[in-house]
Design a protein around this ligand. Sequence first.
Ligand code: FES
Length: 127
Amino acid sequence: MPKITIYNPRGQLEAEGEVEPGVDLLEASGRVGAKHGSACGGVCSCSTCHIYIKQGADSLNEMEDRESDYLDRGFDVRPSSRLGCQCILGTQDIVYQISEESERTWYDEHPKERHEAEAAGLWPPKK
Ligand code: FES
């Protein structure tokens, strides 16, 4: 099974693990415990699952027009940007970084964890 390695927006290792091919990267992030937000629930109707592919981009499916359209609405879009819910894991290892907007969305969706992180001084992150 391919190994996935995920970094947070500050470039720190967030999570890693093995996930079977055919799973989208939003789902894969959840399986290994990464904070990967998804306001629309993974149906390609927002840009909050925005990630940056660092390694293994060639093993993913091609970007389709709908993904491109929604990605254009994201913040800090780069050549390596993809929407995690639209990227299907192939057979190769992959490395990606979760965008700031996606991490922020995850905390908005998980108020208990956000309050715990705030109490511990971990959220919002220091610039
Ligand atoms: S979760 Fe909304 S586009 Fe991926």
